[in-house]
Design a protein around this ligand. Structure first.
Ligand SMILES: [Zn+2]
Length: 476
């Protein structure tokens, strides 16, 4: 009788906090059961040959937007396929009421069960949700949402003027929000801080940091000058707008002692503001996040509006400053901010093209190629950025993000030697283009394992959609 359901043999394991070690992995009941220098092939009902490959803990993509522009269930199916094709075994997606997503508002007690129902049976990987309370009434639902397995909430700094500006009807209509200002954020942080204290577990607020009052003025200037394109878009929402919002977030987090995650820091000014907040308030529980695209793309290389995203793609110098922060250990998590956005929605002008695009399949290939192979990032750091740290910050650890006996047997088995150019078609996403098109990358997964089952192998999806909703924070 086989001792293990699966044995991963001959690979080089990358252990967070440690590094590369030659070892075999034994899996039983969906969890890691043994790590040893040698497990005989005969001990496994199934054997995966990982010789010459690196065995990484499955990616935890903690910034995702399932269903933002397309029907939720359909988007879950196609975009979670893109996730496992990149070695991501758990994704945590943002959801809010208002325009896009389900295009409605109301109590989360009614809407969140709908989201879970639309999700069931539609994910190739495990998944969770971050929720954005958009109305005053929804703030009171935070304790209930935590009971449902939501341990992180979101506030969009750049929506805050929607309810204050002359355009307020349009703004209210878009976000379907009421008093969406810093007072709302303060109320949110106070409630979340209280729950963190009560439960003794990290419940947090994630912030999209861009200041809308400054964006208004800068966009006016850029339009007046008749500029267009990716660089003009960045000049219309310059790094200063991030810097100001990050400092505001730091002041409120300090005052409330709420754990916070500063999302998708895109520029030198943004990362330095984040580092400054950490230095001035060392007691704060603060996450600094950046994205694949801000680490890979720059507006000086012609990529066109397909790469329009908020915050915008910046200059090459910003990109290199972000890498410097990654290498120095200042950045905690690297994510995709994946939002499937079709080419037809990118066709408008600089201001009307929809923001966002997918990238989850490239999480490990980008970190391994641009980080490990080109810039000397350690393998241990790469898996911490893409798996261990997001799992810890978002209540998934040690079920996810750990390479240890008892943890879920989630793996990305990657080939660092084989280089391949990015092609939209090969990413298994519904998105019909990619701003990363043509980029040569190594480190592509040859197999992805979710709780002991091979869900992706040899460029093909395997089996069904067995992804489960993970209630956060996890109990063990
Ligand atoms: Zn996002």
């Amino acid at each position: 009788m086989s001792r293990y359901d699966l044995v991963i043999k001959g690979g080089t394991a990358v252990l967070p906090g440690h590094g590369a070690v030659r070892l075999d992995v034994g899996v039983r009941g969906g969890r890691i059961a043994a790590l040893a220098d040698e497990i005989p092939a005969s001990a496994g009902r199934q054997v995966l040959d990982a010789r010459g490959r690196h065995v990484l803990p499955g990616g935890v993509d903690s910034h995702f937007h399932v269903g933002i522009y397309r029907p939720h269930a359909e988007d879950a199916r196609s975009e979670s396929a893109a996730a496992v094709a990149g070695g991501v075994t758990t994704l945590v997606s943002y959801f809010r009421t208002g325009h896009h997503y389900l295009d409605k508002t109301g109590p989360y007690k009614k809407i969140f069960p709908e989201v879970l129902e639309l999700s069931r049976g539609n994910f190739h990987c495990d998944y969770g949700y971050h929720i954005a309370p958009m109305t005053t009434a929804q703030l009171d639902e935070i304790p209930w949402l935590v009971e449902q397995g939501v341990s992180s909430f979101k506030y969009y700094m750049f929506y805050k003027a929607l309810t204050l500006s002359a355009d307020s009807t349009k703004g209210r209509d878009y976000a379907m929000a009421d008093e969406y200002d810093l007072g709302h954020l303060y109320e949110m942080m106070t409630r979340v801080a209280r729950l963190t204290k009560k439960l003794g577990k990290r419940i947090s607020v994630s912030l999209h940091c861009e200041n809308p009052e400054l964006i208004r003025v800068f966009i006016q200037r850029v339009k007046k000058a008749g500029l267009a394109g990716l660089r003009a878009y960045s000049e219309g929402r310059p790094p200063l707008t991030e810097r100001l919002s990050i400092q505001e977030a730091g002041v409120l987090a300090d005052a409330t002692r709420c754990p916070v995650n500063l999302l998708h820091l895109s520029s030198q000014a943004a990362i330095e503001a984040g580092i400054d907040v950490r230095r001035r308030h060392p007691w704060l529980d603060l996450t600094l996040e950046t994205t694949l695209h801000h680490l890979c793309l720059s507006h000086d290389a012609a990529r066109g509006l397909n790469a329009k995203v908020n915050p915008p793609i910046r200059a090459r110098a910003d990109r290199e400053r972000l890498w410097q922060a990654v290498l120095a250990g200042d950045v905690d998590t690297v994510v995709s901010d994946h939002a499937c956005c079709m080419e037809e929605h990118k066709r408008g002008d600089t201001w009307t093209a929809l923001p966002g695009f997918g990238g989850t399949s490239l999480l490990y290939p980008v970190l391994l190629t641009e980080g490990v192979l080109r810039r000397g990032l350690s393998l241990a750091r790469a898996v911490e950025l893409a798996s261990t740290n997001p799992a810890r910050r978002f209540g998934l650890y040690p079920q996810k993000g750990a390479f240890a006996v008892g943890s879920d047997a989630d793996f990305a088995i990657c080939d660092l030697r084989r280089e391949r150019k990015v092609r939209a078609k090969a990413l298994h996403s519904a998105q019909d283009h990619t701003p990363f098109e043509g980029m040569p990358l190594s480190g592509w997964p040859v197999a992805t394992v979710l709780r002991g089952k091979v869900v992706f192998e040899k460029d093909e999806l395997q089996g069904g959609r067995g992804g489960r909703f993970i209630k956060r924070p996890v109990e063990r």
